[in-house]
Design a protein around this ligand. Structure first.
Ligand code: MN
Length: 376
């Protein structure tokens, strides 16, 4: 019997680009969440932790960040860790695992060759990544073990051919043939590379190929991320018992809203009220919203930026429409403002590019807001 924790894609040292001020928070949190992984491994008294690649974002990650991870490893010295190099931390002259510091962690084994590794009556079959782009299936190196005693586990990093997830998986290099299970006879193929957790069942409904997903979500496009897999296999040939466990700290949501009128503004407001505890928020706004609601929408979203660690608003597909009654120029009480308004309305009427149209609408909205302020 074997019980282990399957994890992957810690991507320690990632920049968190596009996340603004939340970038450094995401970066630091992923280090701290490694502690969640090892704490869980210790609490569940697993035989070992299996790290399936991309522990580090690249091979040049600063020694300061490496030391933060090693410090966490040292706090859990009774938890054996088997770590596979992925495409981000690929083997080679500059490999991060060539650094002396890793050799001093006695309970850490870097799976840097394809030689099978015996752990009690379990055999690991590692398929370390040797270059960032690898066009052939590295699991081909796993020999058939149908008749070899004990439990056998394949350990690899790449994309299962024909099973691509909906989210934006990094690259189509590193192909892995799902038939690896039948060909080799391993009980379980532990994979890394995809950040969303996925378990693939065979025709008999047995899950033998799985991506643990990243231990801490890295992007809005991921689903079922921030987790690990607790795997138990009783004996050779048995179906793995797989349990998904949470290890991530940051909460992410991504939501699409069709804007139409004051009712949809109300729905948006209710939704925003309901996600107060969420750290990372992406809103996709589309539809058509009359100009008169524009200011209220802007105010709502402006306040919402103070409620989360990151809020990303994608309103490229939102059209602000000018209703018929506001097509007659508003008297702002100022000649220059009136002329500017008329000019902007002419520009808007002739504009065919939606992106430029929105800029003109922005200017019109601001101008009307100024006029209202002046009135008050
Ligand atoms: Mn990868």
């Amino acid at each position: 019997m074997v019980r282990f924790l399957h994890t992957s894609d810690w991507q320690i040292g990632m920049k968190g680009g596009g996340l603004g001020e939340a970038g450094p928070i995401v970066r630091e949190t992923r280090i701290e969440s490694v502690r969640n992984v090892l704490r869980l491994a210790q609490a569940k008294a697993v035989d070992f932790v299996l790290m399936c690649g991309d522990a580090f974002e690249h091979n040049m990650v600063s020694q300061e960040e490496v030391k933060k991870v090693v410090r966490i490893f040292n706090d859990y010295e009774k938890v054996p860790i088997y770590l596979l190099p992925g495409n981000h931390d690929a083997l080679g002259a500059g490999c991060i695992y060539n650094r002396e510091i890793f050799k001093r962690v006695s309970h850490l084994t870097i799976l840097n060759t394809t030689n099978p590794v015996k752990v009690a009556d379990v055999t690991l079959h590692p398929c370390p990544v040797v270059s960032r782009i690898t066009p052939h299936d590295l699991t081909e190196k796993i020999g058939p073990v149908h008749k070899v005693a004990g439990i056998h586990i394949g350990v690899a990093h790449g994309s299962l051919v024909g099973k691509f997830p909906v989210s934006n998986w990094e690259d189509i290099d590193l192909p892995i043939d799902p038939s690896c299970i039948e060909r080799t006879g391993v009980e379980y193929l532990a994979l890394g590379h995809w950040h969303s957790q996925r378990i693939f069942e065979d025709d008999a409904g047995t899950g033998r190929i799985a991506y643990s997903g990243t231990h801490e979500q890295t992007d809005y496009s991921e689903d079922n991320a921030g987790r690990c897999l607790l795997v138990a296999i009783d004996k050779k040939g048995d179906a793995p018992q797989i349990e998904s466990v949470e290890t991530g700290q940051l909460r992410w949501v991504s939501k699409e809203f069709k804007m139409e009128d004051s009712r949809s503004l109300g729905e948006l407001k209710d939704y925003l009220d309901s996600i107060r505890g969420i750290d990372m928020v992406r809103l996709v706004l589309n539809g058509e919203l009359p100009l008169e609601y524009r200011q209220e929408l802007d105010n709502l979203l402006d306040f919402q930026t103070t409620m989360h660690k990151n809020i990303r608003i994608d309103s490229e597909s939102l059209n602000i429409t000018v209703p018929f009654q506001s097509e007659t120029p508003v008297d702002t009480g100022d000649l220059t403002l009136n002329r500017t308004e008329t000019k902007l309305r002419q520009l808007l009427a002739n504009e065919t590019n939606p992106r430029r149209g929105r800029v003109i609408l922005d200017a019109l909205t601001q101008l009307q807001a100024f006029a209202k302020e002046a009135e008050a």
